[in-house]
Design a binder for this molecule. Structure first.
Ligand SMILES: *[C@@H]1O[C@H](CO)[C@@H](O)[C@H](O)[C@H]1NC(C)=O
Ligand SMILES: *[C@@H]1O[C@H](CO)[C@@H](O)[C@H](O)[C@H]1NC(C)=O
Length: 327
């Protein structure tokens, strides 16, 4: 009898605990879950307009494919054979070299996906190219006010803060354009060849990397935990869908911009194209040939600029062209 009443007492306690604590918590929590879920389900992002919105431009919808992942991770490392061969052929025509390096991907350390998850937050980004049209633009504050600030190659901010800002969250580079990065900056490696992956592995392990008669910068300062490897499949997607095979392959600036389209909800673009005099130099130097990439024939800068201008015309990006009167 005593045993039974103790048992009943215990059951009542459990019942009370459920009624008083668990259920209210569940209701509060599930309610907020439903609310957030509903918000996110209707719209991919919570901005008023989002890059990924469909039905605004047929031209855009034919090209933008949100299922192509920009970042190489251990869960999407499989690269279809045709894309792998295309990528391996970008720099080396020697089949033996290509065979040798094709296994490199398998041995590369894999990086976990960095902040890839889409929350209900509206993610605003600035992508900052290196064009001389930034000089005297006073865009610094506007650039720094964005959630993500993406820069590339040898971009410098020190001494140019008023025009280009000082914040960087992502920095695109390849070995020949590498530089030291501040803490908390994502190094985004654009691998143009398998050697670039080997370089990354070495410089992250604090080794100097002197290979193939070329002196590359290393070791570099960068946050190992924040490294992102640009996916070769995404590379091919930009080449196929966005630059449509104009040029041998897309420029770093183009790759970074399309990357931005995929990870951001709103994208403001600074420092792309020519300056007021039609020069393609960098904002930090006076070298008129700074934009030599334009004439090497590897990239088609005209076509790329047309794509960027079109993205601006249909409102998918905000394009800032520097000082008023800039062509
Ligand atoms: C988007 O890419 C995926 C993966 O490559 C492909 O299966 C799908 O058909 C593509 N969608 C469009 C609309 O091109
Ligand atoms: C670059 O693209 C433009 C079209 O935008 C084309 O007229 C031109 O011939 C291309 N240049 C080269 C070198 O392919």
């Amino acid at each position: 009898m005593a045993y039974n009443s103790r048992k009943i007492c215990k059951r009542i306690k459990v019942f009370l605990v459920i009624c008083c604590f668990v259920l209210p918590l569940y209701f509060i929590y599930s309610h907020s879950l439903v609310k957030e879920g509903a918000l996110c389900a209707n719209k991919a992002c919570s901005c008023e307009t989002c890059v990924s919105d469909r039905g605004i431009s047929h031209w855009f919808d034919m090209r933008f494919n949100s299922s192509i992942q920009p970042q190489l991770t251990s869960s999407n490392e499989k690269i279809p054979q045709d894309i792998l061969l295309w990528w391996l052929g970008l720099q080396s025509r020697r089949p033996r070299m290509r065979m040798m390096y094709s296994r490199l991907f398998e041995t590369m350390p894999k990086f976990n996906s960095v902040e890839n998850s889409r929350s209900c937050h509206c993610r605003r980004c600035a992508i900052v190219g290196n064009s001389g049209n930034l000089k005297g633009s006073s865009y610094g504050q506007l650039i720094d006010s964005q959630d993500y600030v993406i820069r590339m190659n040898r971009a410098v901010t020190k001494g140019y803060e008023l025009d280009v800002g000082k914040k960087t969250t992502h920095h695109f580079m390849y070995p020949e354009s590498a530089k030291d990065l501040g803490a908390n900056v994502h190094l985004v490696l654009v691998p143009f060849k398998p050697l670039d992956l080997l370089w990354l592995e070495n410089v992250l392990l604090n080794r100097n990397f002197l290979l193939m008669f070329r002196k590359l910068k290393g070791p570099i300062t960068a946050d190992r935990d924040k490294v992102i490897i640009f996916h070769p499949v995404f590379f091919k997607y930009v080449h196929d869908k966005w630059t449509e095979h104009y040029g041998k392959y897309p420029s770093t600036g183009m790759l970074a911009l399309i990357f931005g389209l995929h990870i951001c909800d709103q994208l403001s673009v600074f420092g792309y194209g020519w300056d007021r005099q039609g020069n393609w130099h960098h904002y930090w130097e006076n070298n008129r040939l700074g934009g030599a990439f334009r004439v090497t024939g590897v990239h088609n800068a005209t076509f790329e600029m047309n794509v960027i201008t079109r993205l601006a015309e249909i409102g998918k990006i905000q394009l800032y062209r520097g000082r008023p009167g800039t062509p």
